[in-house]
Write a protein that binds this ligand. Structure first.
Ligand code: NCD
Length: 348
């Protein structure tokens, strides 16, 4: 793998390899061990679109591997504001750093960065296109939730909920999940924000079962994962959707009435907390089925695996690794589920 631009580059073996490397990275990602595999290496983190977790977790992943990070955010303070092309920007920065992560509002723009360089480029989100590292961390999270519950991804029932038209996370996730066998997808979107038909056809052609719905509050039999998403307001062009109606809000009442006692509830985050947005409710924050923070935490181990694989140091994560010397809490968040601690490291 030279770059990571699309999940279509990966087959099931590639995915399982990356997830195994992520497991090996867990003791470092969970601040129990120190790794210096990328000591001396520098990452260029170029974000031309809003980001908190993707930018920070890519940077944290590179630092936890022993490397350092240089970054630039937005067009205003980059030479693109002076008219510089993607080609020139990419070639120039490649003279300074060993790998690039790029987020850009235009579909295909990150691939243009990759064409202008021989250093690895990772797609951190290209407009409504793809978000491959998010899909990998989503599958990694699903795998960990299922392991605890004794389930397997093959044969699972997954509901994708929300803006399935513009959400690049769900576009990458459904493609990546379709590498597994016999999945059942329930796609729940408000009118006009449905999953693109070509994606549905590609997933159906791999033998999976798809059902489309516009109504959320109906039973979802044997549901293993409910994956909610934010309305991508920044990508709405002709659509008039302002937010979800209260009927489309994923909340405790929905989870209790329509899902199961072991349904994992996921969301790529951020959840839209503005009044009237009706995104994923905070009334679920103490429910152990809510996996959203376990999911965002997984971003570090998975992004470490991506860098370690692209830069050829994955063997160094197999240890022996030094213990950390500083103190950290057992649990990261006050509402974290009882089974989820920094010590509960799943080793390969
Ligand atoms: C997502 C994105 O940027 O596509 N966020 C993320 O990276 N976790 C989802 C979103 O913004 O809604």
């Amino acid at each position: 793998m030279e770059h990571l631009l699309s999940v279509d580059q990966l087959d099931r073996d590639d995915v399982e390899h990356l997830l195994a490397v992520a497991r090996a990275a867990e003791p470092v990602a969970r601040r129990r061990k120190v790794c210096r595999a990328l000591e001396g290496a520098v990452l260029g983190n170029l974000f031309f679109e809003a980001s908190t977790r993707t930018r920070m977790s890519f940077a944290a992943a590179f630092c936890r591997l022993g490397g350092s990070v240089c970054d630039t955010t937005g067009f205003t303070f980059s030479s693109m504001a002076k008219g510089e092309s993607i080609h020139d920007t990419s070639r120039v920065i490649s003279g300074y750093v060993d790998a690039l992560v790029v987020r850009h509002p235009e579909l295909g723009a990150v691939a243009q960065f990759a064409q202008a360089t021989n250093i690895p480029v990772v797609n951190g989100g290209d407009g409504p296109g793809e978000h491959p590292s998010q899909a990998l961390l989503d599958i990694y999270t699903i795998g960990k939730e299922f392991e605890r519950l004794g389930k397997s991804i093959d044969g699972a029932h997954v509901a994708l909920i929300g803006d399935l038209k513009h959400g690049r996370t769900v576009h990458s996730l459904i493609r990546l999940l379709s590498l597994y066998r016999d999945l059942r997808f329930t796609l729940i979107a408000p009118p006009g924000l449905e999953m693109p038909s070509e994606l549905c056809e590609a997933v159906g052609a791999r033998g999976h079962h798809l059902e489309m719905r516009q109504i959320l509050r109906q039973p979802l039999e044997g549901l293993d994962v409910a994956y909610a998403t934010r309305i991508q307001r920044e990508r709405l062009i002709d659509e008039t959707v302002e937010g979800y109606t209260p009927e489309l809000r994923v909340d405790h009442a929905f989870l209790d009435a329509c899902c199961g006692t072991d349904t994992a509830l996921m969301h790529p985050l951020p959840r839209d907390s503005t009044p009237g947005a009706n995104d994923l409710s905070t009334d679920l924050d103490k429910d152990p089925r809510l996996a959203i923070f376990r999911q965002s935490d997984s971003g570090v181990a998975v992004r470490m695996a991506i860098f370690a694989t692209l830069l050829g140091v994955e063997q160094q994560l197999q240890g022996p690794l030094r213990d950390v010397t500083w103190r950290s809490p057992r649990r990261i968040g006050p509402d974290d589920a009882a089974f989820y601690t920094l010590d509960s490291i799943v080793c390969p």
